[in-house]
Design a protein around this ligand. Structure first.
Ligand code: 2PG
Ligand code: MG
Length: 434
C-alpha cells in the first residue's frame, strides 16, 4: 500500500555554516511528493557528554570536513529509513539510534542522524500541509518564547577576549515577542554606540554580539546595564540580564582560571563572585555557572539562588534526560538548555523536555554558535511550547533568520498568540515548583 508519508528518498550534502565550516544538510522526500530539508549546527563550547559530531580529520578545512557523515546519510541511513513513515518520528529516530548502535552516535555521527531526523519532520509537516510548529503542537502551539538575546559575545566565541561567554538580555516587561525584539534592538544599538564612544568598537563575535573589548569581566556587565539605561529602559523590570558563564571552558577539577581578571578561584570562590554579581546587577538567569565536572558546586549554587534565579544546565546536562534526572536528584540547576545536536535526534531532545516538565524544570531551546539559515529550532520552541529561546545576538543573518521566523509565526497566530512572560523562567528548587 502506498502511504504518502513513507520516505522515498534521502539525500545529503555538505553545506557551510556561519563560521565558514562544513556542516551536513539532508533532504527527505516522501512517496506523496512532500519534501523536507534541514541543516545541522555546530557548537564551539561543547559539553564532553554531547553526542558525537563526526568530522573527517586530516588537512582539509582544519580537519572539520563532514564528508564521512554525508556519506553515512546517503548510504547506510538512506537504505535503512527508506519506506519508513516520516509521520512516526519516534520510530524513525529509534531506527537511527539502533542503526548507529552506540550510546552517543559515535559510529554514524549525530550530525548525520539529526539532519535526517529534522528533515523527516519537515517533510511530514509539509505532507500534512502544516507549518512545522503546528504539525508538532497542533492548536496548542501558540506560546511565543521569551527570547534570550546576546549583546556581548565572549569566551570561546570571541578568542577568549573575556572569560564569560554570553552577556544577554531578557525583556520581562515586553508585552509580546515583537516588542521584546524592538527593545533588544535598541539595547544592542546603544551598546554599540557606547563601545564606539570609548574607541572599543571592534566588530562582532561568533554569535553577533559586540566584540568584548573590556578590561575586566565585570566591565561588560556595567556596560550592559549602561546600554539598557541609555536605550531608555528600567534595568531589571523592563530589561534584565542573562549570562552564560560556560564555566567548563575555564574550569576543571574545581579550579577556575579567569584569565582576564588574572584570578584562579575554587568552586566556592566562583560561586561567591557570581553571587556578588547577582546582587549588583539585574541578573535573572545564569547558565553553566560551574563546570560540567562540578555537580556539587552546581548544586551549592542552585541552593543559594535557585529560588530567585534561573540556573541553567547546558554543558552540564547536554539535553540528556538521564543526566537531568540525576541533577534533579542532587538539586542541581532548575532549567535545562535543549540543543538537538547534543543528542542527535528530535525524539531524544523532546524526551529531555518531557523529563524537565515532569521534574518541574524549565527549558530553553537553543541554537549553537555555528549556525545556518535553518530555523527548525524556532518551530521546536513553539511547537513543543517550551517558552524560551536562545539563538545568539541581534545581528548576522543566521541569527536574524530565527528571530524573523518567530515574528512571522506571531503575526500568523494573531489574537491567538500568547507571549511567555517571566513566569516561564525556572526559579525555584526542583520539586518545589508547579
Ligand atoms: C552555548 C552555545 C550558544 P556553543 O554555550 O550555549 O551560545 O554555544 O554552541 O558554542 O556551545
Ligand atoms: Mg551554554
Amino acid at each position: 500500500m502506498i502511504t504518502k508519508t513513507r520516505i522515498s528518498r534521502v539525500l545529503a550534502r555538505r553545506v557551510w555554516d556561519s563560521r565558514g565550516r562544513p556542516t551536513v544538510e539532508a533532504e527527505v522526500e516522501l512517496q506523496g511528493g512532500a519534501r523536507g530539508r534541514a541543516i545541522v549546527p555546530a557548537g564551539a563550547s561543547k559539553g564532553s557528554r554531547e553526542a558525537l559530531e563526526l568530522r573527517d580529520g586530516g588537512a582539509a578545512f582544519g580537519g572539520l570536513d563532514v564528508l564521512t557523515a554525508v556519506g553515512h546519510v546517503n548510504g547506510e541511513i538512506a537504505t535503512a529509513v527508506l519506506g519508513l513513515d516520516a509521520a512516526d518520528q519516534a520510530r524513525l529516530d529509534d531506527c537511527l539510534i539502533a542503526l548507529d548502535g552506540t550510546p552517543s552516535k559515535q559510529r554514524l555521527g549525530a550530525n548525520a542522524t539529526l539532519a535526517v531526523s529534522m528533515a523527516a519532520a519537515h517533510a511530514a509537516a509539509a505532507a500534512a500541509g502544516l507549518p512545522l510548529y503546528r504539525y508538532l503542537g497542533g492548536d496548542d502551539a501558540r506560546l511565543l518564547p521569551l527570547p534570550q538575546i546576546q549583546i556581548f559575545g565572549g569566551g570561546a566565541h570571541a578568542g577568549r577576549r573575556v572569560d564569560i561567554q554570553d552577556f544577554m538580555v531578557i525583556c520581562p516587561g515586553a508585552s509580546c515577542f515583537a516588542q521584546a525584539l524592538e527593545w533588544t534592538a535598541e539595547v544592542y544599538r546603544h551598546a554599540g554606540r557606547l563601545m564606539d564612544a570609548r574607541g572599543a568598537l571592534a566588530g562582532v563575535a561568533d554569535e553577533g554580539g559586540w566584540w568584548p573589548s573590556f578590561d575586566s569581566n565585570e566591565e561588560a556587565l556595567e556596560t550592559l546595564v549602561a546600554a539598557i539605561e541609555a536605550a531608555g529602559f528600567v534595568p531589571g523590570t523592563q530589561v534584565a540580564i542573562a549570562l552564560d558563564i560556560a564555566a567548563s571552558d575555564f574550569g576543571r577539577g574545581g579550579r577556575y582560571t579567569l584569565g582576564l581578571d588574572q584570578r584562579v578561584l575554587d568552586s566556592d570562590g566562583l560561586i561567591e563572585l557570581l553571587l556578588r554579581w547577582c546582587e549588583r546587577y539585574p541578573i535573572v538567569s545564569i547558565e553553566d555557572p560551574l563546570a560540567e565536572d562540578d555537580p556539587e558546586g552546581f548544586a551549592r549554587f542552585t541552593q543559594a539562588v535557585g529560588h530567585r534565579l534561573q540556573v541553567v544546565g547546558d554543558d552540564f546536562l547536554v539535553s540528556d534526560a538521564a543526566l537531568l534526572r540525576r541533577a534533579a536528584a542532587a538539586g542541581a540547576a532548575n532549567t535545562v538548555l535543549l540543543k538537538p545536536n547534543q543528542r542527535g535526534t528530535l525524539s531524544e531532545t523532546r524526551q529531555c523536555w518531557q523529563a524537565a516538565q515532569a521534574l518541574g524544570y524549565a527549558a530553553i531551546v537553543s541554537a549553537r554558535s555555528g549556525e545556518t539559515e535553518d530555523t527548525t529550532i524556532v518551530d521546536l520552541a513553539i511547537g513543543w511550547q517550551v517558552g524560551q529561546l536562545k539563538v545568539g545576538s541581534f545581528a548576522r543573518g543566521e541569527r536574524m533568520a530565527k528571530w524573523n521566523a518567530a515574528l512571522r509565526i506571531e503575526q500568523r497566530l494573531g489574537p491567538h498568540a500568547r507571549f511567555a512572560g517571566t513566569g516561564v523562567l525556572g526559579r525555584s528548587r526542583p520539586g518545589l515548583r508547579r
